[in-house]
Design a protein around this ligand. Structure first.
Ligand code: HEC
Ligand code: HEC
Length: 282
């Protein structure tokens, strides 16, 4: 930007801009309410939830992972499984939403290895049916559970051995591990190491399919519990996160400020791990 504005000009422009936003907002409001122009009114959020069958959703999640003709992958599989179950149980408005919405989440978002797509897709479904406070509570529990649970679960391994999925690609029991992280990169890399396979091995794909099943099964379990007032959080954060964050608060500047709930020492060879009471910084 080369243009320089005086304070007065800036204030005038900002005021015009703000007025524009208000006028625009009002126009959008009128458009949304005006049924005569033929657009259906968007259903009010959150959308209605009905208790779902955890085991059916586990199978659906696994199978939709392989639905490559329509999308496929972890984010699509996870979101699609809960969406499909809600379509069957509730009908509208779930019939209006394409599961491809969460296709991008595959491989931690277009293969960037960030948030695991199973978590991303299941969390999107939670956001759709819960108010803000409940969504945060349930999604945090889901992510925490994922970081501390041996996956794929014994149950999803068993489904494979019994050929109980709709799509049965690998019928053996797969190695289990605890990722310690919600990141696709960490989860996939550590599992591949534990199983002794490359990350592009079909067994790794099957592991992720089972993990999608496990993740949506847990998501539906906590949603069922939440809506029947039985939800109790099971996730207990690792002790060192609280220790690190006792100094590295979101407001501190020295020590450097930080945010988040991930396991710190998985990435930071903590500079002052040996003696946390007297950090040396080297
Ligand atoms: C997924 C890996 C990862 C995790 C988990 C993680 N960090 Fe970091 N953190 C980084 C990276 C990468 C940086 C930026 C590079 C650097 O400074 O090391 C960073 C930066 C920081 C900084 C700023 C460092 C500076 O030089 O100013 C602090 C403090 C910090 N992290 C603390 C924490 C704490 C506390 C936790 C746990 C709640 C945590 N980190 C979890 C990867 C991670
Ligand atoms: C008692 C307070 C305290 C605790 C507890 C603490 N830190 Fe720090 N940390 C500091 C201070 C002060 C600094 C800045 C000065 C320094 O570098 O020592 C710092 C710096 C850092 C930095 C950036 C500087 C560097 O050397 O890389 C990282 C990363 C970091 N801490 C991570 C952690 C992690 C991870 C934990 C938990 C395992 C942790 N800290 C626990 C006080 C603390």
């Amino acid at each position: 930007m080369t243009e320089r504005l005086t304070r007065k000009e800036l204030l005038t422009r900002s005021a015009k801009c703000a007025a524009g936003i208000v006028a625009g907002g009002a126009a959008i409001d009128v458009l949304l309410r005006n049924k005569s122009i033929g657009a259906p009114a968007a259903p009010a959020w959150p959308w209605p939830y009905q208790a779902l069958d955890v085991e059916k959703v586990r199978i659906l999640g696994h199978d939709l992972y392989y639905d490559s003709a329509n999308g496929g992958g972890c984010g699509y599989g996870a979101f699609g499984a809960i969406l499909q179950a809600l379509k069957d149980a509730v009908g509208d408005p779930y019939t209006t939403l394409p599961p491809q919405l969460m296709y991008f989440a595959l491989g931690g978002a277009a293969s960037w290895g960030t948030l695991c797509g199973a978590l991303n897709g299941a969390s999107a479904a939670i956001s759709l049916v819960c108010d803000k406070a409940s969504c945060t509570k349930l999604v945090s529990e889901l992510i925490g559970w994922y970081t501390q649970t041996k996956l794929p679960s014994a149950l999803s391994n068993e489904c494979a051995v019994n050929n109980a999925y709709g799509v049965n690609k690998v019928s053996e029991t797969l190695a289990q591990n605890v990722s310690g992280s919600p990141l696709c990169h960490v989860s996939v890399s550590l599992w591949s190491e534990a199983a002794g396979v490359a990350t592009n091995d079909p067994k790794r794909a099957e592991r992720c399919a089972r993990l999608v099943g496990d993740t949506v099964a847990y998501a539906v379990q906590i949603l069922n519990d939440h809506f029947s007032a039985k939800f109790v959080a099971g996730y207990v954060p690792p002790a060192d996160v609280a220790i690190c964050e006792s100094c590295h608060t979101p407001t501190a500047t020295n020590p450097p400020s930080t945010n988040g709930k991930m396991e710190c020492v998985q990435c930071h060879e903590a500079p002052h791990r040996e003696n946390l009471a007297t950090p040396t910084g080297n």
